[in-house]
Design a protein around this ligand. Sequence first.
Ligand code: GAL
Length: 333
Amino acid sequence: MKFFKSFYFFSLLFLFNLPAIAQKASKQKVINPSAVWPDNQGNHIQAHGGGIIKLAEGYYWFGEYRAKDNDPKFRYVGCYFSKDLINWKFLKKIQFADPEQLGEGWVLERPKVYYNEKTKKFVMYMHLDSKKYLYARVGVAVSDKADGDYTFVKSFRPLGMESRDIGQFIDDDGSAYLVFESRPSKGFYIAKLSDDYLDVAEETSFIRAPLEGGAIVHYKGLYYAIGSALTSWSPNPNKFAYAKSLAGPWSEFVDIAPPATNTYSSQSTMMIKVQGSKDTTVIFMADQWKPRAQWDSRYLWMPLEIGDGKLKLPKPQPWTLNIKTGKAKIQDN
Ligand code: GAL
């Protein structure tokens, strides 16, 4: 009897499109730091050193697409979409063909995409460099669609400065900023973008701390900045400072995690604030680089313990996020 019942049930499932139901059933419920993170096609997400923007329809994640089978002449930016920040749909592998003729080993890193309400354009910033990292500029490319073909516009040195790692920050009032590390200045800049986002309009803040992977969040009346030391692909103890105004003055930088863990073997990339009906969660988004197998580099995302000028990255473990209420819950072991 039992057999017939389940047979009947499964035939019904088939009738009502089993594949769709099966896919729904395989939806991911947790964010699992350091694990392979499959997209909707089952491939590990390729959006390293990434950036996320929230639009009315949901979240877009852009980052370095470093698949093993990439054509070495090109560099690629992965574009993914999600409504819950956990399940990501692959949209596009955006291709760039050495726009500044930097030659073999040219570098396109840490792409960040902004949506400009006035021009209705998606504007991508990228760190452009030569193999030896001597070019130190940002590149700008535009598209009419998040997952469109991006047209390269130009490259430049923001505020006339050398620029390597870049970060993205959009304040609660919608103002858009580029964060960039500049070696000669021994620090990093937060610079406001021009109205059309195609340029950097002014220096909002210079933070004299030799840090890269700059990430900023505005949370309960304070600005927090996280950065990592300049140790290439190797992790180091990332630090944070806070300020009442984006322009500073900024507090001293202190560790976000026990220094011996080297930020649990990760490097800062961004912070995302998820404001829900009940709670606000700030997610620390970091990369766990594998320099000899970049396609397999992992992501470490964790909800931060943050507030009143304090910030702590908890020990990584699986957690859930309710995008509607804004509540994050670390799973008990
Ligand atoms: C890191 C940086 C990465 C990449 C790497 C190259 O410090 O954060 O984005 O540029 O160096 O060595």
